[in-house]
Every structure is written in C-alpha cells, then in structure tokens.
Design a protein around this ligand. Structure first.
Ligand code: SF4
Length: 294
C-alpha cells in the first residue's frame, strides 16, 4: 500500500517530488521504499544545527541527498522569537496570551474563546498558566524557522514525501484521518506513505531488510520474548536540545533528554547550556523554570 501511495504521488506530480529525510528511522525506511521505485527522487535534509553528529554522518552516506541549513541559527530563533516549551500548542497560545489576545488568555483561564468555562482548556492550558510569567520569551516559531521555511523554495517546484506516522500523536492521527496518506488538495500538499505504519512496523522493516540506518545512535534492533522490537540506544532522534515534550512525568530512574545528552554528547550539552550571550542556546534558566532535570 505504501508503494502504491508513492507511485500515485510521483505520477500525480510528474516526478516533481522530494523526500524529506531527517536521518531518523522512519524517514530512512520511507527513503528506501521511494528509492526502490524511483532512485531519481532527491532527499532533502534540513540540518537545523541541533542534529546529533551521528545523524549528520549517516545522512551524508545516503544517495541523492541535498543538505540545506536554515538562514537563522537556533540561538537566533530563541532570541528573536522565544523558546518552544511543553508543546507547540502551549507555546503558541502563550505567545498570543502575552501579546494580549483574548482567546489565548481565556484558554489559560480554562475558558473557551467566548469566556464560558471549559474543562478541556483547564486541563490542557490552565495547568501551565504560570509560564506566562516566565522571564524568557516563548513561541512556537522555532520549527517554522528551522524546518519549514528552509524548504519553501524547494516546495515551489517539488511536493514532499514525509516519513510521519499517524500513530505518533493525537494531532497527527487527526490530520491523517482527515486527508489519508496523500493530501493532494491540502493548502500544503504532502504525502505520508508510512502514515498507517506503527513504530513496530518500521523497526520490523529495518530488521527484515537489513537496510542501513543510523546505528551509531540507535544501536541494535532487538526483539524480546513477546516479539516486541526496540533499539538498544536512542529511541528517537531529532533536535537534541529541543525542550518540547520534556515536561512529562518520567518513570523513576529514567534520565531526562538533557541528562542523557550530558552523558553521551558532552560537547552538545555544553553548547545547549551556555548562555545565549556567550554563543550557546541558553537553556539553563528555561529548564530550571520548567523543573526539567539536566
Ligand atoms: S524540533 Fe524543537 S528545536 Fe527542533 S526545530 Fe522544532 S521546535 Fe525547534
């Protein structure tokens, strides 16, 4: 079914397509499937400058890859727009609430835009109201500047394949159910040929086909007695210093993203913690405020 979606997308756009390659295991599998059919499809890797070095090295070994870097550095984005914290939704709402938008202020007060009480907003936004008084800027612009904007020129000519799985989050499931794998008519057309896969399917594909993946960071793929697959090192990659999703409760004895970074990538850790004024990412006060251990 994924191959069919890939063919449909390629033919619909007369081959003027590209694959968004992050070096993570999902996009690695997607790129393999695409190249099995159409080796001419270029892979575009946006190097946000917050990529694990193992990921950058791996992506550079893939065929037909073009690497691009955003115009802004992560530090410039944090300084100019603010830090992405908790979730994109919370960051965006906090940005608007701080700029006086009534709908956003009401969400943090547990109300709908019309001012009536809402348990949903109370649960989702109300409990984070305290971030409005944090002494650092907050916004959801980061992904836009570092991942979306650099692709804008390319997308004038080519339409993307994205290695996203609908099962990864509630938001992605809703989007997938709305459009299916190939969103031809969306404001931003895109194909998600692995949309219906699970994380287990991805690991199974790699294990059974033996395709190269970023083993230096993910480790081996191992199977337990119940047939459940897992990687022995990182479970996920992406921007190593991103604060999004780091406020969740952790199981006792589990490291935070930053504790792990400190142990395994001390150079990147140092850069993330160094103040912005000294050329770092200035994360320390942000993590302190959010009680994220580092
Ligand atoms: S994943 Fe996080 S750090 Fe990376 S671009 Fe998006 S918001 Fe920024």
């Amino acid at each position: 079914m994924s191959q069919r979606r890939i063919r449909d997308w390629y033919e619909y756009w007369d081959g003027m397509v590209y694959a968004s390659v992050s070096g993570g295991i999902d996009s690695t599998v997607m790129y393999d499937l695409i190249h099995g059919l159409y080796p001419d499809v270029p892979g575009i890797f946006v190097n946000t400058r917050m990529e694990f070095p193992e990921i950058v090295r791996f992506v550079r070994t893939l065929p037909n890859i073009r690497e691009i870097t955003p115009a802004m550095t992560p530090a410039q984005v944090f300084m100019e727009y603010g830090y992405p914290v908790i979730s994109k939704d919370i960051s965006r709402t906090a940005y608007y609430a701080r700029h006086g938008s009534v709908w956003a202020i009401r969400r943090f007060d547990g109300q709908r835009p019309d001012g009536t009480p809402s348990e949903w907003y109370a649960q989702r936004h109300g409990r984070w109201k305290r971030i409005l008084s944090a002494d650092f800027a907050i916004s959801d612009q980061c992904c836009h500047e570092l991942k979306v904007r650099p692709l804008a020129e390319i997308e004038k000519e080519r339409k993307p394949f994205i290695g996203m799985l609908a099962s990864e989050s509630e938001r992605r499931t809703v989007a997938y159910l709305h459009t299916g794998c190939n969103a031809y008519k969306s404001r931003k057309p895109r194909s998600m040929p692995l949309g219906f896969w699970t994380g287990q399917d991805v690991l199974r594909y790699i294990k059974e086909t033996g395709i190269p993946y970023a083993k230096d960071i993910y480790g081996e793929i191992v199977e337990d007695r119940k047939g459940h697959l897992a990687t022995t090192m990182e479970q996920r990659t992406g921007c190593y210093a991103c604060p999004l999703g780091q406020c969740m409760r952790r199981r006792k004895g589990t490291e935070s993203r930053y504790e792990r970074l400190k142990r395994l990538h001390p150079k990147q850790y140092e850069y993330a913690m160094k103040p912005l004024s000294e050329g770092g990412l200035g994360l320390m006060p942000v993590l302190d405020y959010l009680n994220i251990p580092y």
